[in-house]
Design a protein around this ligand. Sequence first.
Ligand code: DX5
Ligand code: ZN
Length: 216
Amino acid sequence: MERIIAPSVLAADFGHLERDVMMVDRSEAAWIHVDVMDGHFVPNLSFGFPVLRAVRRATQKVVDVHLMITMPERYIARFAHDGADWITFHLEATQDIEHCIQLIRESGAKVGISIKPKTTVENLRPILHLVDMVLVMSVEPGFGGQKFIPESLDRIRELRTMAEVLNPELLIEVDGGISSANAHLLYEAGANVLVAGSSVFKAADPEAEISKMLHA
Ligand code: DX5
Ligand code: ZN
């Protein structure tokens, strides 16, 4: 399966957002990851539409929006309008998963659904055939710079096995505590999209770190 690196702009320097996005554009990363937090679904706030639009204007890459917000159905159409190519919402954040999936489809974006570390993979079974991607969180969502939770590897394996039957084309994205040091473990477990914030933007040579992660 194709490998994709998605640097997370959460760890960028917002005073130099365009410069940091241009670095991603020069790199081997195929996607750019945009984390939206509402201070309710997660105990932190990040940013919303204006920053998404600024990223969209500055990049040729695929824009991957990760919604850490309660009732994402309220805002899906606007995120698509403002430049999201992929929209991922949290299974735990809505009472109506199928409605969210339908809204993303209608918007023309690709559909991702995410689970927090304590949510069992089995919860995805009824809707796995309806989505393009599952985002397995490998830290509690809300903050960059946390340590990778090793049990995430078993969750990825379980999900890949389930997907072989129910959705063989499924992309599996992982987010939290990822660097070139653990990337190979994630590929081996069955993931193919790796999100990385701190490890990329705090690296002395961010483009080289992206390359190492891709070819790990
Ligand atoms: C955390 C966000 C991540 C974050 C990852 O809730 O979803 O995308 O940017 O940051 P690192 O790579 O530093 O763990
Ligand atoms: Zn994220």
